[in-house]
Design a protein around this ligand. Structure first.
Ligand SMILES: [Zn+2]
Ligand SMILES: [Zn+2]
Length: 388
């Protein structure tokens, strides 16, 4: 062990002075640049990034800006590195860190929050009141990788110890990048009540969060779990992940009737809305029974009209969730470690980090039915080879 100031490093994990990192210029413009490798502060570690999954939100940030917020505004031309669904190896410890060891494989949550606002104190760090206030004279210490601080399309990144999740040796790097997606689904079900065993759940929209939402609901003991969507190939993956029934909404004349039929003639207890379709909320309201609960986990592109009177008359509860709150990621990792579902079913493509633009194209245009596209750095592999 060598001590560099108060930062602890190890000779087996030499840290270069500079690294390759993708930097966002104008909207849609990424260039591979040299950046200094950052140094971890108190309660932080330096993570060597081994793999990172591409998320629809990355595409949103790269092309439009929000919800990323850098120096109080849009993230363009600020030397900002996006990417948030990454995993890697701890290679340096900031002062006072003994929760993790150098060489340990970890996957990361996105939001560290500021740790000092009301919501952070309540454990709702993904709803931090000081979001994006981490610069200049308004520095509240807020961190959200790839949103308000530098993210994972690089070789190294700083993480608060609170965002780290240990990765079991039985899990591949690719699978570990999916833990935070399963964690987001777990957070949705946590907010809906958490005691999901025996409850009926509909998940609408078989994107990555929806597919893993069906998997997590089943692992939590929900019955039945019904997944709806428009593409049969994705619905088929949903079945393999644990959905008891799938409904192709393009082939059903009355989707609400079909849901009721599949649930013994009654409305369901919970809907997890992952489609972002304009009419999704009104349909979800029709799918739940009176007193049912709806979790909104997708962003519709427009502001659809909502039948509020129906929600009131039927005592329907609405929840909006942001990210992977309430330490849900740790619970999701436990399910994945126990092989309660196979998240790798949604991983479809792998690229090298230098080919990020091509990987983003695959994710954006769903080339070859891409679902989760993972980008890898070569150093993890290089170290394995060197050790043999
Ligand atoms: Zn994401
Ligand atoms: Zn906060």
């Amino acid at each position: 062990m060598a001590m560099q100031g108060k930062v602890t490093t190890h000779k087996d994990y030499p840290i270069p002075e500079t690294m390759k990192a993708w930097v966002l210029g104008d909207p849609g413009e990424l260039t591979l640049a040299d950046k200094p490798v950052p140094s971890p502060g108190k309660a932080e570690v330096l993570v060597r990034i081994d793999a990172v999954a591409i998320c629809a939100t990355d595409l949103e940030i790269i092309h439009h800006g929000p919800p990323a917020q850098i120096h109080g505004g849009d993230p363009f031309n600020k030397n900002f590195t996006p990417g948030h669904e990454y995993m890697g190896t701890v290679v340096a410890l900031g002062p006072g860190v003994d929760e993790y060891a150098i060489g340990e494989r970890v996957t990361v949550e996105i939001h560290a929050g500021c740790g000092q606002c009301k919501r952070c104190r309540e454990g709702m760090y993904t709803s931090c009141h000081n979001y994006g206030k981490n610069y200049g004279d308004v520095d509240k210490g807020h961190r959200a990788n790839g949103f308000t601080t530098d993210g994972g399309f690089a070789e190294y990144a700083i993480n608060s110890v609170n965002t780290l999740v240990h990765v079991d040796d039985s899990m591949s790097d690719e699978e570990a990048t999916l833990v935070v997606t399963a964690g987001t689904a777990m957070y949705g079900l946590t907010e809906l009540g958490g005691l999901v065993a025996g409850e009926s759940v509909v998940v609408t929209g078989p994107g990555p969060i929806g597919l893993l939402g069906a998997a997590v609901a089943k692992a939590l003991g929900a019955q039945p779990v019904i997944l709806t969507g428009t593409r049969d190939n994705r619905l088929e993956i949903g079945k393999q992940l644990g959905a008891d029934h799938v409904v192709n909404v393009r082939k059903e004349e009355n989707v609400v009737e079909k849901i009721r039929e599949l649930n013994g003639g009654k409305g369901v207890d919970y809907v997890v809305e992952c489609s972002g379709a304009p009419q999704a909320l009104n349909e979800a309201a029709q799918m739940v029974n009176r007193g049912g609960r709806i979790c909104l986990a997708a962003f519709p592109g427009s502001s659809p009209e909502v039948d509020i009177a129906y929600l009131v008359r039927n005592n329907i509860y609405l929840y909006g969730i942001r990210g992977e709150g309430k330490t849900a990621t740790h619970r999701a990792e436990a399910f994945m470690r126990q092989k309660r579902f196979d998240a790798t079913l949604i991983h479809t493509h792998t690229f090298q980090m230098e080919d990020l633009p091509e990987a983003l194209r695959y994710a954006k245009d769903r080339v070859e039915d891409a679902i989760k596209v993972v980008v890898k750095n070569k150093h993890a592999e290089a170290q394995r080879v060197a050790a043999e």
